[in-house]
Design a protein around this ligand. Structure first.
Ligand code: 1DF
Ligand code: MN
Length: 351
């Protein structure tokens, strides 16, 4: 690490941002095609109908920044003081594509593009791969290729795939490959599926404002309650946005989950080896993407452990230079702050 410390070095830590997005033009064009031909779900019409076509300043700026994997992005990182960005294909990746062959082709191409950018800027960019859960065996292969050939440090899955959740046995090859490769899964939000989005969409609450978090928090809970961490005790799952609200809910989640198990109210709700809180403290990692908020960060550190909370900006969706300074100024020991900004990411992504 020899680059000039325009960034976080003088604070006593590097700043590693862990949930940073890019897009490829061809994938955005597929979203727009799906919106035109009527195969997009309501969430895609809402989300990519906006970013892909709106003349608003927000949409135009975000599109430009998403598509750049070079100088523009690095200039923004320099300006905000981000030393390293952990990059992933933006949500929803290729997961909504109805043709699995097309999804695989586009995911593989996005992975190659990302790997090239990381190779070109090895001290600034780190990659997380994209998969096409429509084909779990292929995805397992792509996880292996990412880990062994492309230098990726994990994969990102954008929550549900066409309304299906990863706790289905169908997706088991993906978890097997992750555990074999000893790599984390980042479950990033997506707009809720049509079965869930109705009342959110009507109120403008379907996206990052609220719907993302509710749907993704539920996804993680589905995995915990099916016993994914009893099956794969070494598996680590990351979620953004301060744990998609689950840390705040933990007490009630455990109380009601245990009550449900004891009363055998639901067939699927089986006894687990640990409490939900314990899984959050041993198998779940949280980033503060989009949540530059000291009380929430401290609360999460308190309930999950300070080794499990990592910094993220959520570039370019929440590109706010001032936030970095606010985070630097948190009333927190130097040791804990270094974990938050730097060493937790180094540990869990194995940088
Ligand atoms: C938005 C936010 C979009 C996040 C994202 O991907 C995203 C947004 C399409 O504001 O519309 O990753 N985010 O993680 O908060
Ligand atoms: Mn994000």
């Amino acid at each position: 690490m020899t680059h000039e410390l325009k960034t976080g070095g003088e604070q006593g830590y590097l700043r590693i941002a862990t949930e940073e997005a890019f897009a490829t033009r061809e994938i955005v064009d597929v979203y727009l095609r799906m919106i035109r031909d009527g195969t997009a779900d309501k969430g895609m019409v809402s989300l990519w109908g906006f970013y892909g076509t709106s003349p608003s300043e927000r949409a135009m700026q975000i599109m430009e920044r998403l598509l750049d994997l070079g100088e523009r992005r690095i200039a923004d990182m320099d300006a905000t003081g981000i030393d390293k960005a952990i990059l992933a294909l933006t949500s929803p990746g290729v997961q909504p594509l109805l043709d699995a062959e097309e999804a695989k082709t586009l995911a593989a191409r996005a992975n190659d593009t990302l790997a090239q950018a990381c190779e070109k800027h090895p001290d600034r960019f780190i990659g997380m791969g994209a998969v096409a859960p429509q084909d779990p065996e292929w995805s397992a292969q792509e996880i292996r290729r990412g880990a062994t050939e492309l230098g990726f440090k994990g994969i990102q899955i954008n929550s549900h795939t066409q309304g299906r959740y990863l706790d289905e046995e169908f997706y088991d090859p993906i978890f097997r490959a992750l555990v074999d490769m000893d790599q984390p899964l980042y479950i990033h939000p997506a707009t809720p599926p049509d079965s869930m989005i109705g009342p959110m969409l009507e109120a403008g609450l379907d996206g990052a404002v609220f719907g993302f978090g509710v749907e993704t928090g539920m996804h993680l809970l589905r995995l915990i309650t099916i016993g994914i961490f009893d099956k794969y005790p070494t598996l680590q799952i990351m979620v953004g946005h301060m744990g998609e609200a689950l840390p705040y809910w933990l007490y009630r989640l455990d109380y009601m989950h245990q009550a449900g198990v004891r009363s055998q109210r639901y067939e699927r709700m089986k006894p687990l080896k640990k409490t939900i809180a314990e899984y959050m403290q041993t198998n779940v990692l949280v980033t503060n993407s989009g949540m530059a908020w000291e009380p929430a960060i401290k609360f999460c550190q308190q309930v999950m452990g300070e080794d499990r909370v990592m910094y993220a900006m959520d570039y370019p969706y929440q590109y706010v230079p001032q936030e970095v300074h606010d985070m630097d100024g948190m009333d927190m020991s130097a040791e804990t702050k270094k974990k938050f900004f730097q060493t937790n990411a180094e540990k869990w992504f194995k940088l």
